[in-house]
Every structure is written in structure tokens, then in C-alpha cells.
Design a protein around this ligand. Structure first.
Ligand SMILES: [Zn+2]
Length: 131
């Protein structure tokens, strides 16, 4: 038991045991020193599948309101769909571009909501990044 051991710092692939403070492997589920189960980092940092689905649907198909349909917000989905598809049909006229621009602004607002964890489903429940 030297002093050098006491001031030892955890390496990149190491962490401190949540119970006894021993330096253990980052991947360790149970501390080999005291046998206490570590607070699961995987569960804490795990990204919600629902959130990821909403995010990807919104990025790739959000202009068509697909993320809203997935979340059960049909009205918002239809609005996006009408603005985007309607805008595409009427691109020969100014109204078409205006509709697509409005849809794009909504898309940006929704993207910010999803990323910042403020996006809710039809029941008003927040679809956050973490479970
Ligand atoms: Zn321990």
C-alpha cells in the first residue's frame, strides 16, 4: 500500500467503482474488488429507439409529415404533407414556393423540438433522446 497507489488516476478505459472507489475497467458491470453492481452506463446513455426513429423519419421524410404520422399527430402530418406536395405541384406559381418555404420553416422548428427533447406524441408525452 504505497502512496502512489492512492493517488492513481483512472485511465481512459477505466472508471471508479461507484461503491468502493477502486479503479476498475470501464466496461465492468460488477466491481471485482467489492462485488457491487455498477450503475449501468449503457442504460443511462442509451438512446431511445422511438426518439431515433422520429429523428430519422423527420430528417429524411419530415417534409412529408411522416414523423408526425408516426407520433400520431395526424393533423400536423397532413398539414406538412399538403404544404410540401401542394407546393411541389404548384411550383410554377409563387404560391408553390411559398408553401414549400412555410413547410421548411415548420420542418426546422420540429427538428429543433426533436433534438432538444421537446417533441411530444399525440398523447402529449415527450419523446426524449434518453429513456
Ligand atoms: Zn468496488
Amino acid at each position: 500500500m504505497s502512496d502512489a497507489q492512492n493517488v492513481q488516476k483512472a485511465g481512459i478505459d477505466e472508471k471508479y467503482c461507484s461503491s468502493c472507489g477502486s479503479i476498475i475497467k470501464k466496461e465492468a458491470v460488477i466491481c471485482p474488488k467489492c462485488g457491487v453492481q455498477q450503475k449501468s452506463l449503457v442504460a443511462d446513455g442509451e438512446v431511445s429507439t422511438k426518439w431515433l426513429t422520429v429523428l430519422l423519419l423527420h430528417i429524411f421524410l419530415g417534409m412529408f409529415g411522416v414523423a408526425h404520422f408516426y407520433s400520431g399527430k395526424t393533423k400536423r402530418g397532413v398539414l406538412m404533407l399538403v404544404l410540401t406536395v401542394g407546393g411541389m405541384i404548384f411550383t410554377f406559381a409563387f404560391i408553390g414556393f411559398a408553401a414549400i418555404l412555410v413547410a421548411f420553416v415548420f420542418w426546422i422548428i420540429d427538428l429543433v423540438e426533436i433534438v432538444s427533447g421537446k417533441y411530444t406524441n399525440a398523447q402529449g408525452q415527450v419523446i426524449a433522446q434518453n429513456k
